[in-house]
Design a protein around this ligand. Structure first.
Ligand code: HEM
Length: 412
């Protein structure tokens, strides 16, 4: 489909763009807004004084300068989150810390994401995917989110931490409540639910860690957890609180994002016969197809930074303390960087999208996500060549995360 930028919003609508008060049609197609904003006001000041950036080059320059652009969220989150468990989580996980703490925490994750470690996960990923497709074959139908795109990533991250997969529904609910606390508008209810979820998650992880300590060699899974526990025992690298919050973060970061990537691309391919036909003819395109899915309909749409000093972006002065919203969807549709950005093109070359961010915080799980995508798409589309949508698709109402809640389908 090439719907994305065919109908950009008017300049008046773009000038009033406010993340805290978005129009109803934004969720289905935010790109119409980014298109006009990028053209008339790429460093857009919103009523609360923060800036919304839609130009690729501006995003890259912010990502690449952590000395000027801080990821630490203590200042932003304090007013809405207070001293809640939700605040504790979001200000302790590595993604919202700056060097040198960030550097120390990031090193602890490295071993889990080497090419060798990812390659070792491949047989397990293949087996999981085959299992979901066997179940669909028996039934003749499946919900491509509930029974597929959600199942795989949550199972893989559970494996990494040695968490029983029987807990995956609780993990999903907790993750949604915790990540819901990052939406542009926070209600008392979202704060309460998010904090409750952090507490539940901590209890669950304390049990898991205790079990792991008592049974250090209790199986192949849980290697990441063992490495983190070792670092905690070492005393200097990781506190107990940091250990718990990195585990929560990993479980959250590793699944909803990947679920959305899988679902967004499946939806695109099932509604775009031309591109799906190309993939069929040439299965080797699956890797560039995944990259295009990540660019075209990015699972994470927003990242944030705060200016540590007075600075400037594309000729606009930004005072110290200002918050900026990096529109990943905006950057990934910038015509200065991508030819025909509104076209979904699985053969696109030189696709340097920003779906995984860039710079020191670039997604630690990017090759795992890519591997899951490659295996999932290869098997799904080749095993069920007649796969088609069979009922109303439901989009997730989130602004920061873009995806679907339901994609009902028949396999023939
Ligand atoms: C398609 C799926 C995914 C997308 C689109 C995605 C996107 C991102 C983005 C944009 C960031 C940077 C945040 C920032 O700079 O503020 C990030 C960070 C991170 N992601 Fe992912 N991610 C995905 C999958 C995963 C998976 C599968 C894992 C692990 C199992 C993971 C683990 C992490 C970690 C640990 C960080 C923090 C890195 C740091 O702060 O140094 N992600 N991700």
């Amino acid at each position: 489909m090439s719907m994305n930028i065919e109908d950009p919003v008017t300049e008046d609508i773009a000038r009033d763009f406010n993340l805290a008060n978005l129009p109803a049609d934004y969720i289905a197609n935010p790109y119409r807004y980014f298109e006009t904003l990028r053209r008339i006001d790429p460093v857009h000041r919103m009523p609360d004084g923060s800036y919304f950036l839609t130009r690729y080059d501006d995003l890259v320059s912010v990502y690449r300068n952590p000395k000027i652009w801080s990821s630490d969220k203590k200042v932003e989150f304090k007013p809405a989150m207070g001293d809640s468990p939700l605040y504790e989580h979001h200000t302790t996980s590595l993604v919202f810390r700056d060097p040198p703490d960030h550097t120390r925490l990031r090193k602890l994750f490295q071993a889990a994401f080497t090419p060798k470690a990812i390659a070792n996960l491949e047989p397990r990923i293949e087996k999981l995917v085959d299992g979901y497709l066997d179940a669909a074959e028996d039934k003749g139908s499946l919900d491509l989110v509930e029974d597929f795109a959600f199942m795989l990533p949550v199972e893989v991250v559970c494996d990494m931490l040695g968490a029983p997969s029987s807990e995956r529904n609780s993990i999903r609910d907790w993750a949604q409540a915790i990540l819901g606390g990052l939406e542009p508008v926070m209600t008392d209810e979202t704060r309460e639910q998010g904090s409750q979820a952090v507490n539940n998650f901590k209890d669950f992880l304390r049990d898991l860690i205790k079990h792991r300590r008592e049974n250090p060699t209790s199986g192949e899974s849980g290697e990441v957890l063992s490495a983190l526990i070792e670092a905690e025992e070492d005393g200097e690298k990781l506190t107990e609180l940091e250990l718990l919050h990195q585990c929560i973060f990993l479980l959250n970061a590793g699944h909803e994002t990947t679920t959305n990537m899988l679902a967004n691309g499946i939806h695109e391919l099932l509604t775009n016969d031309e591109q799906r036909g190309k993939l069929h003819k040439n299965p080797q395109l699956v890797e560039s197809c995944i990259e295009e899915v990540l660019r075209f309909d990015s699972p994470i749409q927003l990242n944030n930074r705060r200016a540590l000093e007075d600075t400037e972006l594309g000729g606009v002065s930004i005072p110290q303390g200002s918050q900026v919203h990096l529109s990943i969807g905006g950057g990934n549709h910038d015509p200065e960087q991508f030819d025909r950005p509104g076209q979904f093109d699985i053969e696109r070359a030189g696709n340097k999208h920003l779906a995984f961010g860039a710079g020191v915080h670039i997604c630690a799980g990017n090759s795992l996500a890519r591997t899951e995508g490659r295996i999932a798409y290869s098997k799904l589309f080749f095993r069920f060549p007649e796969l088609h949508l069979s009922g109303p698709v439901v989009r997730s109402p989130r602004v920061r995360f873009k995806g679907f809640s339901n994609l009902p389908a028949m396999i023939r």
